[in-house]
Ligand binder design. Sequence first.
Ligand SMILES: [Zn+2]
Length: 231
Amino acid sequence: MIEKHFGLPAKVENDANAAGLAEALFGAAVGYRHVFYVTVSTGIGTGIIIDRKIYHGKNGVAGEGGHVSIDYKSPYRCGCGSLGCVEALAAGPAMVRRARVRLEQEHTTPSLLREFTFGNLSRLTPKMIQAAARAGDTVAKTIIDDTGFFLGVWLAGMITLLDPEVIVIGGGVAQIGKPLFDKIRETIPRYTINRRFAANTPLLPAKLKKNVGVFGAASLFLPSGEKAESD
Ligand SMILES: [Zn+2]
């Protein structure tokens, strides 16, 4: 329908796959062939780039890394229906949910998050958690620390499975930066079989920010992108 309407060729690709390809071709992972791309925002999307090509799997649905469970007994059900998907534990809404649960249960624990939301915790956002942690708030710091731990356990598994040359992490939650990345780095070696290699796998912040999906989609029409889609 799009081709017909615009009179131009059109292609369809998963947004995280396209973003991962963009980071490999023009972003943080330039110079690497095997890339595991992660975006942590309202969900967790991933793209597996092998030999500078998107890995699609048999049915074109490979690379849904955010729906790999790291806690099958988790009280948190994911949007996909499973229990303990890393998305349900570590994406932005999951951070907010964990913070809310804690502050509602411990209603005398002081926290800047109560001030930021004017006492209405339904207003809580990941950005507020980030700001409160920066200002030294203990609850907010714990929430970020736990997020880094969950991502670390999960990425350790991804490293065990894929042995990527580099991991690129983008999305709004990744903008928390150092405290989050430090906790992920600290956790990874404890949950992978290849400790030494895992410890040396670079964990880079994404470079292309907001338009990364658009870059990736556009690149599907470049010779390098055509190649990426060919198999
Ligand atoms: Zn899921």
